[in-house]
Design a protein around this ligand. Structure first.
Ligand SMILES: Cc1ncc(COP(=O)(O)O)c(C=O)c1O
Length: 357
């Protein structure tokens, strides 16, 4: 039996993807072996990674002058790779701090150069996204965290950085709605929320930003080495890339990212509309920057939050406990969470409020 899993990541995958992977588990496409058992240098595997890239390019409408890399190390490794590769002209970068992960990214970059923080939303426990219009003119790049997994906020504008490359950690928002890739220098994302299993990290990078890694950059973190070797300088996360490829195919078959955005807006509205009208629960993120993917809410009383999470788990809605820095609850409703899961959760919450409100 499948239950409704609201985990922030690793998180739900589309059932049809899991079923297909199960069917292909021991014999992929007549090869007589599992994708896990294949040489990454074999033609059969090359076809898998090529298709994954082609489908992703189609889905996100990635311009020709961008490279797609399938790497390892999680988004956290990109916190180091980005400054090592990009913070090299003036050794300066701007980091907008809108939550815990952007703070971590900024702290890591500060090991490699001067980090300026044009704005932070720490003053209200990251309940909003700062609207920034001015950047250091000599910054090598501007870094944002596009969707804040812990605080349930998301950018509803693209910072206009002019000629300064914009770098975005899209770990928890990627593929949830269309983005104009050409506005970014680098987009990166761990796979384990909206793309596949943990173990694969996607990097989309504009070609002119490749080839500038500073001396001493570890070979695995050098975008040029990874780009020149088609993400295969060493053994890539083969199985995770295969599953991500199945997810990209599923997204294309179900209408692409415009359709996904429509569905995600409906799903999120169901939950936010109820939260706005509830007397027991209250959403924590400011209305204009509420995330479609991570919906954070509280009762205002940690004991009541705990009681709700445990009652919800008993009813089949699991992993609703919020991150310790916000408390309360967080319902992560990534692409693979069916609308029915959100509808049932809202029904449950309404009934719970009637009894316990
Ligand atoms: C926005 C964001 N950035 C970075 C990370 C860290 O990712 P990883 O565990 O892949 O290093 C996470 C993980 O939850 C995240 O949500």
């Amino acid at each position: 039996m499948r239950i409704y899993n609201f985990s922030a990541g690793p998180s739900m995958l589309p059932l049809s993807v899991l079923e297909r992977a199960a069917a292909e588990m021991t014999d992929y496409n007549g090869s007589g072996m599992s994708v896990m058992e294949m040489s990454h240098r074999s033609p059969v595997y090359q076809a898998i990674i090529d298709k994954a890239e082609a489908d992703l390019r189609k889905l996100m409408n990635i311009p020709e002058n961008y490279k797609v890399l399938f790497l390892q190390g999680g988004a956290t490794t990109q916190f180091s790779a980005v400054p090592l590769n990009l913070m090299n002209k003036n050794r300066k970068a701007d980091y907008i701090v809108s939550g815990q992960f952007s703070k971590k990214a900024a702290d890591e970059a500060a090991k490699f150069g001067e980090v300026n923080i044009p704005a932070s939303s720490k003053d209200r426990n990251f309940a909003y996204i700062p609207h920034v219009t001015e950047f250091s003119p000599d910054a090598d790049y501007v870094h944002i965290c596009w969707n804040n997994t812990i605080f349930g906020t998301t950018y509803n504008y693209t910072p206009a950085t002019g000629d300064i490359p914009l770098v975005a950690d899209m770990s928890s928002g990627i593929l949830s709605r269309p983005v104009d890739v050409s506005k970014y220098g680098v987009i990166y994302a761990g796979a384990q929320k909206n793309m596949g299993p943990a173990g694969m990290t996607l990097v989309i990078i504009r070609e002119d930003l490749i080839g500038n890694a500073r001396e001493g950059t570890p070979v695995m973190l050098d975008y040029k080495v990874q780009a020149e070797n088609g993400s295969m300088y060493n053994t890539p996360p083969t199985y995770a890339i295969y599953i991500a490829g199945l997810v990209y195919e599923w997204l294309l078959q179900t209408g692409g990212l415009e359709e996904r955005e429509r569905i995600n807006m409906q799903k999120a509205a169901l939950l936010y509309d109820y939260l706005d009208s509830s007397k027991l629960f209250r959403p924590t993120a400011d209305r204009e920057c509420r995330s479609l993917m991570n919906v954070c809410f509280v009762t205002g009383d940690p004991e009541k939050d705990k009681a709700f999470c445990s009652a919800a788990a008993k009813a089949g809605f699991v992993n609703l406990k919020g991150h310790r820095s916000v408390g309360g609850m967080r319902a992560s409703i990534y692409n693979a969470m069916p609308a029915e899961g959100v509808e049932k959760l809202v029904e449950f919450m309404k009934a719970y409020e009637k009894e316990n409100g």
